[in-house]
Design a protein around this ligand. Structure first.
Ligand SMILES: *Cc1c(COP(=O)(O)O)cnc(C)c1O
Length: 383
């Protein structure tokens, strides 16, 4: 089985060289646009490509406003501030995520509370969330959600669309509504993924994207905040050192951040965005082939949840147990086909091990079994 998997992956990518988990594909106007910024001298925080990238991302996602940032973590940091997260607050999130999700919470002086995930989405479980809140939280006279034992404020809920597969948004929106929680979506991995026909990252009060080198499209490093007009305007202000518009004077009206995306990076992003639909088409064909390949095997290929269209950013299989997982990892990596176990749970990291947590049975189960397999766009499959 492992031998035929390695062969199968090599057939897809048509190479005997090392096959990474996710490499970018530059098959369009990347060089042309990047050189345009150099020729224009506008390589830094101001430039036409930044505006163009933001407007095109608004059109693509359907978000009223899109604000480009220097990376996805910075986007999340500002998104949480926009959602009202303050020092001492708590933010409900999933333990099965990339560390950036929790780091952004910590940058606000807040702390995560870990709630279990669902096995079919790999993302935050609305049932586990509701159950934890029923047991541990109350709404005070002002309608603020607080922890019973400490009276600490539970300000927001931050689900993450794991590997591009959307979480159960309808139910999460309902739970957040009942408990006065601001919903912020970490859509770093799910650019192009739809939940009931609508783009992930546009359901909560704020959403964020990432364009790191290993994501579905890349700007080298970069991110995006998706929000309504009012919060989007505030995001632009905060990420632009809180500078008031003025022809030549420096006027900054609060503590701001230098989180702007340089024009050089935005140029790369514009070229990549032109190919996004064909990238996703290719990724979905590859995912379909993997699904057929693993059918009836001891590995369960992770498929998009019902009612969703996933970008299949990273393909994943669920192994039967830890031993089988380790065999898969050892064999494939030895053979030059990169595979990687899912993240260690955030609740196991030194920085977050003392945070509140609910029952994490599913996350613990998945932590021992999920393996990512090569997922780069196969250029021949682009349509
Ligand atoms: C990639 C990613 C981010 C953002 O990462 P950056 O490298 O800062 O762009 C945030 N959350 C998740 C879950 C991610 O996968």
């Amino acid at each position: 089985m492992l031998d035929s998997l390695v062969k199968f992956v090599r057939e897809q990518y048509r190479t005997n060289e090392f096959i990474p988990l996710h490499a970018p594909v530059f098959g369009g106007n990347e060089k042309r646009y990047v050189l345009e910024t150099v020729d224009s001298t506008f390589v830094s925080s101001v430039g036409a490509f930044v505006d163009r990238f933001e407007r095109e991302m608004e059109a693509y996602t359907g978000s009223p406003r899109a604000v480009a940032t220097v990376n996805g973590t910075a986007a999340l940091h500002v998104a949480l501030m926009l959602a009202g997260v303050k020092s001492g607050d708590l933010v409900l999130t999933q333990p099965l995520t990339f560390v950036a999700t929790c780091n952004a919470i910590a940058y606000c002086g807040a702390e995560p509370v870990f709630i279990d995930v669902d096995k079919h989405t790999l993302g935050l479980s609305p049932v586990a969330l509701e159950r934890w809140l029923q047991e541990h939280a109350y709404l005070d006279v002002d309608g603020v959600c607080r922890v019973k034992s400490s009276d600490r404020v539970l300000r927001a809920c931050l689900p993450m669309h794991t590997f591009g597969h959307p979480v159960e948004l309808d139910s999460l929106i309902e739970v957040c509504g009942c408990w006065g929680l601001a919903l912020v979506e970490d859509a770093a991995e799910s650019l192009g993924s739809l939940y009931k026909g609508r783009h992930t990252g546009t359901f909560g009060c704020v959403g964020t994207l990432s364009f790191n080198g290993n994501k579905t499209i890349t700007t080298g490093g970069g991110g995006m905040i998706l929000a309504n007009e009012a919060l989007g305007g505030r995001a632009k202000h905060l990420t632009t050192t809180a500078k008031k518009a003025h022809a030549y004077e420096y006027v900054h009206d609060e503590v701001g951040y230098n989180y702007r995306l340089p024009n050089l990076n935005a140029a790369l992003g514009c070229a990549q965005l032109e190919q996004l639909d064909s990238f996703i088409a290719a990724k979905r064909i590859l995912a379909g082939r993997y699904q057929a390949f693993f059918e009836g095997s001891q590995f369960q290929f992770v498929v998009e949840p019902q009612g969703c269209r996933s970008n299949y950013w990273l393909n994943a299989v669920i192994c039967e147990n830890l031993m089988q997982r380790d065999e898969l990892l050892a064999f494939s990596n030895q053979a030059g086909v990169m595979t990687r176990p899912i993240w260690k749970l955030m609740s196991h990291l030194p920085a977050y091990s003392k945070s509140l947590q609910g029952d994490l049975s599913n996350a613990l189960w998945l932590e021992e079994r999920v393996v990512n397999i090569p997922s780069s766009v196969v250029p021949e499959l682009q349509v």
